[in-house]
Design a protein around this ligand. Structure first.
Ligand code: 26W
Length: 823
């Protein structure tokens, strides 16, 4: 983009005077940051236009997701363009520190966690591989709340990320779409054909904002992330009401409309069931499909071939209204018959499930659905009716199967059922998860549509989480094996040559130490706490959930505390336990877990007998940017969910590629991580998914048995309520009760011993530093298959059937296809 520093400086100085009307000395840091973004964006927009033109007759993939957690873009794009140093030096000559500008950027919180971040990693890999793949989502005015810890409690502050404007986005007002809610449907027979007219509806204007997506070594291929914002159609006050003197009415209509894209639901894995959420879902689906149709028509391709040229992927069930909405467009607007429309729809749409937690499977009350989306409801009813009819023919009197697979039942619309019936592919996100889908969650559908089910193990963008986030390690790797790993993560395997090379292992240890120093500096600056970079950094960062079992980790720390109190020599190496993650604002239990961690931190960090050995830190406001600081600094990666509950996990992969060693259960992608590194390079413990599922089916687990039979466990559990935490009173009673009174749904007590044993082994291994760092090296070396490039190649080849225009990143070979359980 810039051949040399001088050209960059000139372009930069011109840009700041052009866009801001100021000279450099007058500009604030924000102005200077914005100018740099605008400069890059201008170039990207130009390339976007070229990309669009040259891919006009390429199959387009649209990734529909309610969440995209894209992270900060400026630094990452500079890395991708390989101009970070040039820009840094150029700016320095203008007396600007690039790092100061990077700090100006917001980290848009347009997602809750794993699902939203996965969508962002996938956009990157699609751009990298040269797939015409675009994101379609919501432009929430407020993203996920910012977490502040006050007196140990989580408090939520609104995330007003747009307050200074977001220079990466490009509003495309002229491409707006009208989305229709409520109203009535009039059916009329026109020339023997039944036509449906939507009347008296409430129109909402969907205005698109585009963000350019660019990946490494492919800067001229620019894809698009399109986010929709809701505005009143007239984009003014309702002047009719206003003129009638109904001022309140005039304003409230506007705010009712704007409410649609006002805020991201902060619930991950929890049911919201609110009308506004369903409005959001239909809003971005209708807008996205409307805009796809519009651009499809410009391509002069026959509508009958739609699914050959367009693939629509739905990220969990949140965008599942794509199915009836595409049917509506094809039938009501394009005049196709039902059967043809259905063929096109099913062949166009594919679906990923991300969770088996029953409370996260979306369902909507029929009345609410019908009132908000009358025509869509009619179509869903018809899909359901036809499916049932077909099923009844094939499965005769298997009434249970017929009942279980219905879309509308018990007064509710079951969104997952609609998704399976209306798409051509249903995938889980790790081998184990897919097996659970086939044999438990969707077992009836698996009998009907076995051919639809497949696995696509998640992956992460190793260029963001290793190349950009961990420059020291990246350099060391490149020095050792060359730069090819950036384009083909499986090249990392060549690091195994250095397994027994002590000088390399030493360098690896040093890089880890330096990264730990940086994290320690952040902890000191942000919360005034000293942590020792020579201690073991044992890290668990992720959303706070009962099933993720932060509690198991806490009980371990309490146990270690008790041990040190008894015998200071019982813990050899000093250890720092680092936690981070947000709790859904309405999830009282998870919030209590945060308070417990902070209360424990307070006790341990102040105790003169213990604080040299143990420290506990809760890092405020865990998000993508903080993750980029934490993963490179971790020694231990805690992945300890109750087996069967975590669909895949992706944090586990981000830690791994940065050389952290996993302690974890056989859950989600941990299973595949273990297969990749071998059992000697991971610390696995606890119940298997099969055992957990058997207990849930057949009963037989009594948490009190664990409690009574294990003295040191009993002590820790009692300490939750017996005054051990001097300030707590009854605060942690809910946790105590969940374990004993409610029989410990997530098998925390059952797995406690096994966890401690694994943890002890891990400490023994850490004590032998050369062995430890060798284990760390194996983890990095084997992380290649967990690059999202690999996931996306599988989606492209097997689901979307689209080509990619990149040949220097090898195709997955049979060996690891099998390993990942893909057929
Ligand atoms: C209806 C509310 C709601 C909101 C979000 C329900 C469910 C969700 C998501 C499906 C939750 C989620 O983020 N799931 C995570 O997806 C990751 C990417 O596939 C997986 O790695 C995680 O294991 C899974 O919990």
């Amino acid at each position: 983009m810039f051949d040399d520093k001088e050209k960059f400086k000139l372009a930069y100085l011109t840009k700041i005077s052009e866009t801001e009307g100021i000279t450099l000395d007058e500009g604030s840091l924000w102005d200077k940051y914005k100018t740099l973004v605008l400069l890059l964006k201008e170039n990207m927009s130009f390339n976007r236009a070229l990309t669009k033109k040259s891919t006009m007759y390429t199959k387009q993939v649209y990734y529909f997701s309610m969440e995209f957690l894209i992270g900060r873009l400026l630094h990452y794009y500079l890395v991708n363009m390989e101009i970070e140093e040039l820009v840094r030096e150029g700016l320095a000559e203008l007396h600007i520190n690039l790092d100061d500008l990077l700090q100006q950027e917001v980290d848009p919180g347009l997602g809750n966690g794993g699902l939203g971040r996965l969508a962002a990693c996938f956009l990157d890999s699609m751009a990298f591989l040269g797939i015409s793949g675009h994101g379609n989502g919501m432009r929430y005015k407020y993203g996920l709340f910012e977490q502040k810890i006050r007196n140990g409690f989580q408090t939520e502050v609104a995330d007003n990320w747009l307050k200074n404007g977001y220079p990466w986005e490009i509003p495309r007002t002229e491409k707006s779409i009208v989305v229709k809610f409520k109203g009535t449907i009039r059916a009329e027979s026109v020339q023997d054909k039944l036509m449906f007219y939507h009347e008296h509806y409430e129109p909402v204007l969907a205005v698109p904002y585009d963000i350019p997506i660019m990946s490494y070594d492919n800067p001229s291929n620019i894809n698009n992330l399109r986010l929709w914002s809701a505005e009143p159609v007239a984009n003014e006050l309702d002047f009719d009401s206003f003129n009638r003197g109904e001022f309140d009415q005039a304003v409230s209509l506007r705010s009712e409309v704007e409410a649609i894209s006002y805020i991201l639901y902060p619930d991950d894995n929890g049911r919201s069931g609110k009308e506004l959420r369903l409005k959001q879902e239909y809003f971005f689906v209708a807008a996205g499909l409307g805009s796809i149709m519009r651009s499809f028509k410009k391509r002069n391709i026959s509508l009958g071939d739609f699914s050959k040229w367009v693939a629509v992927h739905i990220n969990d069930t949140h965008p599942v209204l794509c199915i009836p909405e595409l049917m509506r467009i094809l039938i009501d607007e394009e005049g196709l018959g039902w059967d043809q429309a259905w063929n096109i729809t099913v062949n166009t749409i594919s679906f990923t499930n991300h969770t088996i937690m029953p409370e996260a499977l979306e369902k909507w009350p029929v009345d609410l659905f019908k009132n908000l989306l009358p025509r869509i409801y009619m179509i869903v009813e018809e899909i359901d009716r036809r499916f049932k009819e077909r099923l009844a023919r094939r499965f005769l009197d298997d009434w249970e199967l017929i009942h279980n697979t219905q879309i509308i039942k018990d007064g509710q619309v079951q969104m997952a059922n609609l998704a399976v019936i209306g798409s051509s592919s249903v995938n889980g996100v790790a081998a184990l998860h897919t097996e659970i889908l086939k044999h438990q969650v969707f077992k009836d559908y698996y009998r009907v549509f076995s051919y639809k089910f497949n696995n696509k193990t998640n992956g992460i963008n190793h260029r963001r989480f290793l190349l950009a986030a961990n420059p020291a390690l990246s350099e060391l790797i490149t020095e050792a094996i060359g730069p090819a790993w950036k384009k083909n993560a499986e090249e990392l395997e060549n690091l195994l040559f250095y397994k027994d090379n002590s000088s390399f292992i030493e360098k690896l240890a040093k890089v880890k130490y330096l990264n730990k120093c940086q994290l320690a500096k952040h902890v000191k600056e942000s919360q005034g706490l000293e942590i020792d970079p020579l201690s073991i950094f044992d890290v668990q960062v992720k959303r706070i959930h009962a099933y993720k079992r932060q509690l198991l980790n806490i009980l371990k720390v309490m146990h270690l505390y008790n041990q040190v109190k008894n015998d200071p020599q019982s813990v050899r190496d000093p250890q720092t336990f680092i936690f981070g993650g947000k709790a859904a604002p309405g999830y009282h239990y998870a919030k209590t877990i945060i308070k417990l961690i902070n209360t424990l931190a307070n006790k341990i960090n102040k105790d003169p007998e213990v604080k040299q050995k143990l420290k506990v830190v809760f890092l405020e406001n865990f998000n993508v940017s903080l993750g980029e600081l934490i993963y490179p600094a971790a020694d231990i990666s805690e992945q300890i969910s109750t087996a069967s509950k975590e669909a895949s996990g992706t944090g586990n992969m981000k830690f791994m590629v940065n050389g952290a060693v996993t302690i974890g259960t056989l859950d989600g992608a941990n299973v595949e991580i273990k297969e990749a590194v071998g059992e000697e390079n991971i610390f696995i413990f606890g119940l298997t998914a099969e055992e957990v599922l058997r207990y849930s089916r057949e009963g037989g687990y009594k948490s009190l048995d664990q409690y009574y039979s294990n003295q040191s466990l009993r002590l820790c559990v009692d300490q939750l309520v017996n005054g051990f935490f001097e300030t707590a009173g009854e605060e942690f009673r809910v946790i105590f009760d969940s374990l004993l009174l409610y029989n410990d749904d997530y098998f925390v007590l059952k797995d406690f011993n096994a966890y401690l044993e694994a943890y002890q082994k891990l400490q023994d291994s850490y004590a032998q530093q050369d062995i430890w760092h060798r284990t760390s090296l194996v983890n990095i070396a084997k992380a290649g298959i967990f690059s999202s490039d690999r996931s996306i190649k599988e989606y492209a080849n097997q689901i979307w059937k689209t080509n990619f225009r990149r040949f220097d990143s090898h195709f997955p070979d049979k060996r690891f296809k099998n390993k990942l359980g893909t057929k």
